[in-house]
Design a protein around this ligand. Structure first.
Ligand code: ADP
Length: 500
């Protein structure tokens, strides 16, 4: 109870004003064509922070037209690569100069702790932008040897107008992962933010223009999925689509892309990632890491370690300590120093998570911590731990996207590999052991895009991220992300004098 007391205190006044609430089209902040707006809500209280222009199909048309002009006729793809690099580097500087404001906006709109947005997320956005800025003037093609007297060049060209749809759990980081590589490669972008968190992208997009981005190269449309998001996915003027969100919505956008103009699609989707604790583990360390792997960002991570597999020899001790750690977790106003967990994003997720908790209890899992809302206002949920979870239970199969840890018992490496892989997802996994052979076996056998050994949630601009199976298509970050935003053109010319 002490841990959750902060959730009942008066909310702290956010140290920031909301400056941008309109759509960003062709370098201008404009109202939606329909004149409609929607409310974005403070998850600490459920109160409205601001009303935001609600883009729909007509606004997507305007944004795509602006992006097309910027790409087909405008300066961006024709600028020198070094000039594009410098815009992204200046943008990174501006992010750092406005770091406090950006972090506060992100915390207010999304309920993430200010320590996390200030300490990690905003600095990472600047880091990503410098990483991609660094790529801008290092992207080049090849000359390949062909049979016969031919000179063959392979050109790497920007793909054109990229449509990008991002979720609410990491609004700024998803902005960086998507917009960074697209711009570095010389593309124009129409970005559709999540309806729960429209504010931070509008703010940083204004900084990107201050950094020298030409009008129309980045357009930001706030709005809802089935309207704005679907219009972007099926638009004939969009050359490439990048989506991060749920697996169900990923299937919809892939289908819309296929039915319209077959634009290539990259998808970063859901997960049910295993975190595997072997019998040689230092239990205290394993408990702490498994705790963070699940509870980070209120449990709202696609790669959350949401199936904690613990070897039978350390299981009882692990469960007891995981329970104690969850009970200690400090839940409260994300603007308050020392708070580890803020509110969930909205009422819908809040209800869904509590239904999963009920389903865990009903299916016979042992509730050892939490299980209810925290406080009486907003969308706070108690850090919750289930032990004795079985593979076929809903809480072990479906993505909960909340602060609910499920602990499962195993006895052999073969068994845990089979069970860890027995899911349609394949995003990430954690392995905790000092034994090199066990770590290597698990790292190779797990069908996932990232394996963290004795660590978790380490993200780096240069390291690829993405899913196996129904966790996604393609990779983001690192050199892999550039491939999503480049076309490959072969240019063949005869060599008249074969001697040369
Ligand atoms: P969540 O359930 O976590 O909100 P979604 O996958 O629904 O995850 O949302 C991720 C992003 O996809 C958001 O920007 C949302 O507006 C968008 N979206 C939702 N439905 C659709 C759709 N039918 N077409 C295109 N985009 C959509």
């Amino acid at each position: 109870a002490a841990a959750t007391a902060a959730a009942t205190e008066e909310p702290i006044q956010p140290p920031v004003d909301v400056k941008y609430t309109k759509l960003l089209i062709n370098g201008n902040f404009v109202d939606a064509a329909s004149g409609k707006t929607f409310a974005t809500v403070d998850p600490r209280t459920g109160d409205v922070i601001a009303r935001v222009a609600e883009g729909d199909a007509e606004d997507v048309n305007r944004a795509v037209a602006a992006a097309r002009r910027a790409f087909d006729e405008g300066p961006w793809p024709r600028m020198t690569a070094y000039e594009r690099c410098r815009v992204l580097l200046r943008f990174a500087d501006l992010i750092e100069q406005h770091a406090d404001e950006i972090a506060a906006l992100e915390t207010w709109d999304g309920g993430k702790t200010l320590e996390q947005t200030t300490g990690t997320e905003v600095p990472m956005v600047a880091r990503y932008m410098r990483y991609y800025g660094g790529w801008a003037d290092k992207i080049h093609g090849l000359v390949v040897p062909a049979d016969g007297p031919h000179h063959v060049q392979v050109l790497h060209e920007p793909i054109g107008v990229a449509g990008q749809i991002i979720p609410w759990n990491f609004p700024l980081l998803m902005f960086a992962w998507k917009v960074g590589p697209a711009l570095a490669c010389g593309n124009a972008v129409v970005l559709k933010t999540a309806e729960q968190t429209p504010l931070s992208a509008l703010f940083v997009a204004s900084l990107l223009h201050e950094a020298g981005l030409p009008d129309g190269v980045l357009n930001v449309v706030s709005g809802f999925g089935p309207t704005a998001g679907a219009a972007l996915s099926s638009h004939m003027g969009v050359d490439k689509l990048a989506f991060t969100g749920s697996t169900g919505t990923g299937k919809i956008v892939l289908e819309l892309a296929a039915r319209s103009n077959l634009k290539p699609v990259t998808l970063e989707l859901g997960g049910k990632s295993p975190f595997i604790v072997m019998d040689d583990a230092d239990v205290d360390q394993a408990v702490e890491l498994a705790h963070r792997a699940l509870f980070f960002n209120q449990g709202q991570c696609c790669c959350a370690g949401s199936r904690t597999f613990v070897h039978e020899r350390v299981y009882d001790e692990f469960v007891e300590k995981a329970r104690a750690r969850a009970l200690q977790r400090v839940v409260g106003d994300p603007f308050r120093t020392g708070v580890e967990q803020g509110p969930q994003i909205d009422g819908e997720q809040f209800k869904k998570i509590l239904q999963y908790v009920k389903s865990g209890v009903d299916s016979g899992a042992t509730l050892v911590a939490g299980g209810d809302r925290a406080g009486s206002r907003g969308f706070y949920i108690q850090p919750t731990v289930f032990a004795d979870v079985e593979d076929e239970m809903k809480i072990a199969q479906e993505e909960i996207f909340g602060p609910v840890q499920s602990i499962l018992k195993f006895s052999t490496v073969e068994e845990v590999v089979r069970r860890a892989n027995a899911t349609p997802y394949g995003l990430a996994a954690g392995v905790f052991t000092q034994r090199l052979d066990a770590a290597n076996t698990l790292a190779r056998a797990l069908r996932v895009g990232t394996v963290w050994v004795n660590t978790y949630d380490v993200f780096d601009a240069a390291v690829p991220f993405g899913g196996y199976k129904m966790s996604g298509v393609g990779r983001e970050k690192g050199v892999y992300s550039l491939r999503n935003y480049l076309q490959t053109k072969a240019v063949v010319t005869p060599i008249k004098d074969a001697a040369w």
